[in-house]
Design a protein around this ligand. Structure first.
Ligand code: PGA
Length: 251
């Protein structure tokens, strides 16, 4: 695994404006990540309404784009939803699915998340499937059971296509809190996810497993050096070009 390129994805969440995004992208382009972070594949996921702007601004650069969510449906009377073909039309490569903020604030079930992953794949997008436990679940020693259940729903729905996804482990208690899982804590969960994937199909044994939750320039190197951590899903630090570039370089 260690020879594989790392994947570093910025999740901008519900932040930004056209002016803010232009400045952030300018900072990322100046950082010249293709040269300064050759060991990282990099992507950013802005709010959907900015997808066209951001994809245009990044065209020709080494930075890919993605969305923070995707509809499980292809088209139709689904007010407020954005479908895979629309996302694809604007040049996106990735779609985050099952972020804990969507699971908790929008009541997304394990099955809906699995259906979204399936929709992404069927429209030529790589789903970044998020899993993670709450603090209460961790304290009750439920971490592996919870993330295992979340991942299994996706495995059961995709079958062998599970080998085409990216998985992001994001402990809910570490998101936006400044509390990072220790490299050893993250590695332990990643190893269990890796084993579950390998058991599902040997082809899935090597898919990228990202860690997310308060990744910063000063903890990225240690996290990324764990054997089963293949990159990061970055929230707050992705809104500062210098920090995001430093995390990409940490790969
Ligand atoms: P954070 O968010 O880096 O701000 O903790 C990560 C995420 O929610 O993807």
């Amino acid at each position: 695994m260690s020879v594989m390129k790392k994947l570093v994805v910025g999740n901008w969440k519900m932040h930004g404006s056209r002016a803010f995004n232009a400045e952030l992208i300018q900072g990322l382009l100046v950082a010249d990540l293709a040269t300064t972070a050759p060991n990282a594949d990099v992507a950013v996921c802005p709010p959907c309404v900015f997808l066209a702007d951001v994809a245009d601004a990044l065209q020709g650069s080494a930075i890919a784009v993605g969305t923070q969510d995707i509809s499980a449906q292809t088209q139709g009377a689904y007010t407020g939803e954005v479908a895979g073909p629309m996302i694809r039309e604007f040049g996106a490569t990735y779609a985050i699915v099952g972020h804990s903020e969507r699971r908790s604030y929008h009541a997304e079930s394990d099955q809906l998340v699995a259906d979204k992953a399936k929709a992404a794949l069927s429209h030529g997008l790589v789903p970044i499937v998020c899993v993670g436990e709450t603090l209460a679940e961790r304290e009750a020693n439920q971490t592996e059971a919870v993330v295992g259940r979340q991942l299994q729903a996706v495995i059961d729905t995709l079958g062998d296509d599970i080998a085409r996804v990216v998985v992001a482990y994001e402990p809910v208690w570490a998101i936006g809190t400044g509390k990072t899982a220790s490299p050893a804590q993250a590695q332990a969960v990643h190893a269990s996810l890796r084993a579950q994937l390998a058991k599902a199909t040997p082809k899935a044994a090597d898919i990228p497993l990202l860690y997310g939750g308060s990744v910063k320039p000063d903890n990225a190197v240690e996290l990324f050096s764990q054997p089963d951590i293949n990159g990061g899903l970055i929230g707050g630090a992705a809104l500062k070009a210098a920090d995001f570039a430093a995390i990409a370089r940490a790969a």
